[in-house]
Structure formats: C-alpha cells, structure tokens
Design a protein around this ligand. Sequence first.
Ligand SMILES: *[C@@H]1O[C@H](CO)[C@@H](O)[C@H](O)[C@H]1NC(C)=O
Ligand SMILES: *[C@@H]1O[C@H](CO)[C@@H](O)[C@H](O)[C@H]1NC(C)=O
Length: 967
Amino acid sequence: MAAPQRSVRCIVLTWVALHITTTEAVDRSNFKTCEQSAFCKRQRNVKPENSPYRALLNSLDVTRESVKLQLINEVNKVPLLLEVYGLRGNMTRIKINELNPLQPRYEVRDVLVREPPTVPLTVVGKDEDSVELSFENKLYKVIITSKPFRMDIMTGNELLLSINSRGLMVFEHLRKRKDSYTEKISNTVGSMWNKIKNVFISEEKEEENVENQEVKGESEAADEEAQAEKPEDTNSQKENEEKEDEAGMWEETFKTHTDSKPNGPSSVGLDFSLPGFEHVYGIPEHADNLKLKTTEGGDPYRLYNLDVFQYEIFNPMALYGAVPLLLAHNLRRTLGIFWLNAAETWVDISSNTAGKTLFGKMLDYVQGANEIPQTDVRWISESGIIDVFLLLGPSPFDVFKQYTSLTGTQALPPLFAISYHQCRWNYNDEDDVRTVDAGFDEHDIPYDVIWLDIEHTDGKRYFTWDPNKFPNPKEMLQNLASKKRKMVSIVDPHIKIDSGYKIHTTIQSRNFYIKTKDGNDYEGWCWPGSAGYPDFTNPEMRSWWASMFAYDQYEGSMDNLYTWNDMNEPSVFNGPEVTMHKDAVHMGGFEHRDVHNLYALYVQMATSDGQIQRSGGTERPFVLTRGFFAGSQRYGAVWTGDNSAEWDHLKVSVPMCLSLALAGISFCGADVGGFFKHPSPELLVRWYQAGAYQPFFRAHAHLDTPRREPWLFGDDNKLIIRTAIRERYSLLPFWYTLFYHAYRTGEPVMRAMWVQFPDDMNTFSLDDQYMLGDALLVRPVMEPSVRGIQVYLPGKGQVWYNVHSHQRHTGPQNLYEPVTIGTIPVYQRGGTVIARKERVRRSSSCMQDDPYTLYVALNGQNTAQGDLFIDDGHTFNFEKKNEYIYKKFNFVNNSLTSSTDPVGHYKTAAWIERIVILGARKPATVTIKLPDGTESNLNFEYNTETSVLTIRKPAVNIAAEWSLYIR
Ligand SMILES: *[C@@H]1O[C@H](CO)[C@@H](O)[C@H](O)[C@H]1NC(C)=O
Ligand SMILES: *[C@@H]1O[C@H](CO)[C@@H](O)[C@H](O)[C@H]1NC(C)=O
C-alpha cells in the first residue's frame, strides 16, 4: 500500500506534504517528465538526421559464436564495440558497448535464465559500405551498413526491422570531468569505487581483461583508420565541448533532491523502425490501453519502478514495475524487441513519416511501395549498455516461446494461489482473523487465503508479530490449516533501523545494506520510520534473506504462511520520486541508477527461494510482488498496486494484466473493489465478477475504507458475489491447466484477443474482452447501470456458446448481450473441452478429490479438443518425479476419447460425474468403452431447445482411458 498510516504521517514530512494536499489523484509534479530528466531530454533533442556513427567494416571479426565489429562516433572519435549473435529459435542479439570504457558499464545479471544458445552467423556478402550476415539456414539476414551506421533484419526479400535507420543512436561514453576541482572529486569517487568492488567484480574483470587484450589491436587499428579517414574537425570538436558542459550531465536537481552523478553522462539510446506494423503492445507497467499510443507531442512511455500514490489511468507515466519488451503485430507476423537494461528507460513510439527518406532505397526497392505504414520505436536508458534481443516470431506463440526461452516461464503456482484471496489493510488481530474466516463458512463462500498487512508486525519490523494483537500466530495458522486454508503476511524490503531488531543488526554487521555515495549505509523513510535497504543484488545477501524464512528463524511461521513483498520499487518516502537516490551504491560499485528496475525482482527471488528452502525443496512457493522486471514471472504473482474504487480502474485492470501477460507475467490481478475509496455495491459486485476471471483474484482495501467482506452489502449482493467466487472455484481445474501450459511453454494464461485471432484486424485493439487459454472468451461488465454489453465474437464460422445459457452464436459478429447485475458474459469456443469441479467447498484443497464435469463445446465440424493437468497441487513432484496426470480429450465422429500421457503417474480418487456436450444432436444411445473391452450404456438427458446433451455418471476415474460413443 502507498498511503501513509496516521502515526507515520507526523514523521514523514516531505512525503506527507505531497499527499495530504492531493487526496484526489496523483500529484504529477512529484514525478519527472522527459523534459525534467536530463538524459531523456538530451537524447530526445537528437532529431532524425545523419547518424554520426560509422561501422568500421575492416574491424569485422567473425567467430562461430558472434560477429564483432567496431563503431566509431565521427564527432568524438570514441570507439564502440558492436556484437551480433544469431540465437536459436529465430532470434538475434545485438550488443553495443564502449570498446574501452573508463570502468565497466553495468550489464544486467540474473534476468536471462542462461547464456542463450547461439547459431552460427555467416558472412554472405560484403562490399565497401556494407556486410551481409545470415543465420538459421539463411532464413534471416542481417545487413550492416557502414556510413551512416544502420542495421536491417530481413527474411527473404521482406524487411522486418531496421536499427538506427533514423539516426537516433546515442551512446554517451564515460569520461573524466574537465576542471581540477571536479577531477579531484571524480578521483575520490574512483578510488571509492575501487575500494568497494569485491570478489565478484574482480573475477569478472579478469575475464574482461582477457577480452580487452584481444581487441586491443583492433582498437588501435580503428583509431588509426578514424584518424586517417577523417581529419580533425575543429568545429565538431568545439560543439562537442559545449555539449560536455550541458546542464544535468554531472549533476541534476529535481525538487529538493540532487543527483551527484559521479560518472557523468552515460545514457544510451537507439531507434527501431518497423515497416508494415501499426500495432504495438507491451512495455508494462502502465495504466493504459493494450495497444500502445504514439508519444509524439507528449511524454514517452516511462519504465522506472515507482510507488505512485493514487495513480492516474490512461497515460504513459511509470508505475511499480517494468518489463522492457515491446511486441509488434500485423496480419502476417508478430515481432518482439527486448531491451535488456535495468536503468530508467523511456520509450518513444511514432507512426512514422519523418524517417522515410533515410529509410530510403532499401525499403522502396524491397517493398516496391512508398506508402507502407510504419511504427518507429525509440528506446532511451540512463546507463548500462545496449543489449537488445530481436524476437522474430513469426507467430505470437513463437514470440512467447522466444521471450520465455530467454527470461523463463511463469512459475506453476500452488493451487491455492489461483483461488480466492481475502485481504485488507488490516485484519487487526487474531480475533478479527477468526471472525472473518468464520464469516466465509457462515455465508458459504469459498476462500483459500487471508492476508495480513503491515500492522500485524511488531512496529513494522518484518518477520515479527505484534505481541498484543498477534500473541499466538501458530494457533491462528493452525486454525486456518484445519480448514485447509492459508495465510499471507507482508515482508517488505525496508528494514527498521533499531539496534534491538535482529534483522537490522545482522544486515548491518554483515555489511548488506545499500550504501550512499559516500559509503555509509543508505537510510530512507518508510513505514517503520528510518529504514535501511538490503542490497538484494548481492547473492550472499539474498541467500541470508532466504534463510530468514526457515521456521526456526521466522518465529510463529508455519508451512501455510506465505509472503507478500510490497514497496519493493523500492519505495522511499523521502527519496527523489518516492524512491532511492540514483547515486546510492550497490555491490560491485554499481550505482542504484544501473540496477533500479531490477531491485524488486531480486527481492521476490530471494523471498521465493526462502520459501522453497524452508520446505527442504519440496513445496512450491507463493510470493506476491508489486515491483517487477523481465523474469519476475519465475518467482510468483504481480498485482497492479494501489488502484481506486472507480469504474475506470476496473476497466484498466484488463489491459494492464493483458500487457503483463504479453511480457511473460501471466500471474496478474488487480485489487478487487479498488484499494483507495469505497466502492458502490454495484461496482464491488462487478469487480468480483471481473476478478473471478483474472489470474490473481484478491480483494484488498485501504485502512481508511469501511469494511468490505462480501456479506456486508446485503443478501442479494452477497449471493451474486458468492456465485462469482464459486464460478472461479468450479473452473480451477481449467485455470490450473492453463498455468501448467504457461509454465511449460510460456504461452499466456490471459490472452489479448489478437493472440488467439492473429489474422482478424478487428481484434487488434480490443481490450475490454480477452481469452483464457484458447477456450473461454470473457467480457466482464465494467460499466455502471448497463442493461447490455457489446462483445465481439471472432472467427469465420467459429461457434461460441454462452457458458451460462448455452446459447450458440456464430462468428464473426458483434453480439449485443443483455445483462442483469448477476451476469458475467463468458463464452466457450466451439472446438474445445474444459474440465470443471462443480461441488464447491470452503477451500480449493478440500476439492482435491472431488469429481469432474467435462464441457465439450462442438464446433461447426462437430469436433472438440481439450486437456487437463492434475497433480498434488503444491509440490515440485510433478517435475522431479513425474507425479502428475496429463489428459487429452478428443471429440470426433460422435465419439469422445480420453487419453493419458504415459510418462506421468499420479493417483487420485477423483472421477468423472458428468459430461456436457454443447451443440450436440439427440442420440439414441450413449455407451462408454473401457480399455478392457467392457462397454456399458450411460444415462443421458437431451435439451432440444439448447442442443445440450448431459451424460450422467460415466463414473470412471479421471486418470482412466476410455471412449464414449454417441449413436
Ligand atoms: C522460425 O521461423 C520460421 C519461418 O519464419 C518458422 O517456420 C519456424 O517455426 C520458426 N521457429 C521458431 C522456433 O520460432
Ligand atoms: C471419422 O469417420 C470417417 C468416416 O466414417 C472416417 O473416414 C474418419 O477416418 C474418421 N475419423 C477419425 C478421426 O476417426
């Protein structure tokens, strides 16, 4: 949560001043615009023109792994090293770094799951101005043009994308300060840097030194070549010197905060042109539409993890998390650009006409046209290097596979975690927890997890309990366990500075805190008052943190206690833009500037490791995080932070989670009901209905709001909410199977319509409806007092069934669906089979052995396919010991066959109690045949009005193989 709690209000002066005056919406002046961010402004001032960069083709160095060559900036003569890799699976990686930086520039760690496997790149052509490389059996070509430097990626004769074709590349080299005073400072900083660098960096340096030696000869060659070809240009030299003095290069002030910038300017920027693409997506997190907008005339989309109080929606401002992955889609192809940089980043999007001339001959030659729509994307980051992965598709699912092969797939959540969660700031004490828990039983509403926010701790000391309010946490947890329910407690990364607090004293004595630029422990204000921030970039720190989740370390914890990492952007109430100073120093001497967007990922990583370790490696973890980066999908769930009880916030939750899902993070949800403010009963009901169909389903509310448990809004509303939650529970087998696929293949659980219907332009901008897997289309009601909604049912001849009325529709069509307050418009696609469990109990674990109902929705050809994944729901045994059941259901020729993956083995008592066939003809008999040859007749009912055939009690175990014949 982001709002100050009353007792903190008197302490946190700066922060409170901001917030007390702005109770309605975000105070934009607290956050930088591009114009107020010196590097963004500098880079954005570079307009499309001839790029000063030139590729030195005679430095070309081709190995099996990569192609390297030098680039030189003709103005300042600083040599850069370009590396191009062909990666397995239609990807290429392009890295640009300084050939000889004054000190190592930060390269992102721990995001890639491994060093991506390369495929050979070969030189297929070369002339004095260009070199042509190819990879993947000449399927893809990379053309590097020397002067000005640009790159073009092609397949066959089709130009897929161009790099630096608008000449916007800017790579600010590290430099020494000019005057003696500043030189002195930078020397001090330099020696400090030397002091703090540790074993890790020295090892790395050794490798780098070897590399540097190898390229040194070339570097000299490059210098000579540059000198020879381009005599000293005194004018540009002068221009250059002027630039050196530009404001904001060595120091920058925003509001009351000064960023000391000991390393000076270090930003990097590059432009990409995408001919033939008009729709781009991704780069979460923004509270905006799914399809990205052009940013001309406004601010670029910003990626900088920030705790934004009462965020505004439908704008490109930064929020809590950042995934620098952009997707482009057209009728023929999907592409991805993954910009691996953890510093503050801005992304400009334009629908280009400006760059056309530069784009020039090649495009016209290749495409034979001048009027091709084109999107241009420009990335700008404050530090680090240029390290970019081009994911060449061609299908959306290829891009998902490509991206998750780099950054990992969604962790398979324990079953309880995709069930319903009850949270508020705060459940006050053990009695409160007991009462709320009992309320769910009394009102017969299923729920799995009750959450405790910051007030449960002893004075905001995480890993502790308030001794008065929570004197017997184990008893409380045991009571929940007896109903197979769980609890989540909050553990934030700001640590109260208190000599009596073991967590603090250990971190301090082991030197695990992030440092200020002067080498002291960094201190900021947060919930506990003065707090330190552990350096989660340090693997030793992370492993110590993980060990704090052991049952004997985290006193009062048990195996049904899980974790919530909030405020991990990190939030620093009195810091610049409510976060950490950029000149704070992490392990290896890297600045916070370099790693900012990675901090939250590391916090969740360490926490999730802790949960795995406490169980000896057997149990799957559950950790919710607010901040995130590329790869966070490996560690748990993300929610969209502190939203508001407003209709538009409900609406924007859909595109926010869809964007996250495109960027690999499937386990996403928004606070049901809205965090700030008090929802009307209608809004609350609609939010439950929408939330029941989003991956992470949790109600949450601000401390100052009235209580909101589902039974507090009258009987009618309670029943509607209960129905929505029960729908979620009955669909858990389906959800769980979708998560299994997300884990195995990287495909998103919740999907933008265009992902499933990539050749239907009408789907490209839709973001008020979406698909769950390939089977369910969901169009939640997100408008007040409506009697009906519009839903687009795509697919030529595609059959859709309303899951409640079983009414059949054929696509493509814009359907007007009448709704009441109880309606959740959901449609099952003809051609799919999904499994449900329709006996809803008080928690998901109680339903473990309950029987299944299969819903077979026939398409126009009277066929349908589906699958089902089952395991124990909470351990890694499915992976380590193949303890799982994976079923396929196939309906063809009036017969439904159930087959089982022979590798998996898992025993369950669960059986099939019903099979419902939508769009069926009336049969004379229905028989089931088992592998031993026995065949028996089954009872059935047929509804002529809806064409629904309900087959009762096949009574076979879910793991069994069988065939059903409808004659
Ligand atoms: C690579 O691209 C080709 C053609 O564009 C496609 O057939 C193939 O499936 C793709 N491979 C992967 C792994 O994405
Ligand atoms: C369906 O029946 C037709 C005609 O009886 C047959 O040709 C076809 O192979 C069958 N298909 C399957 C998948 O069994």
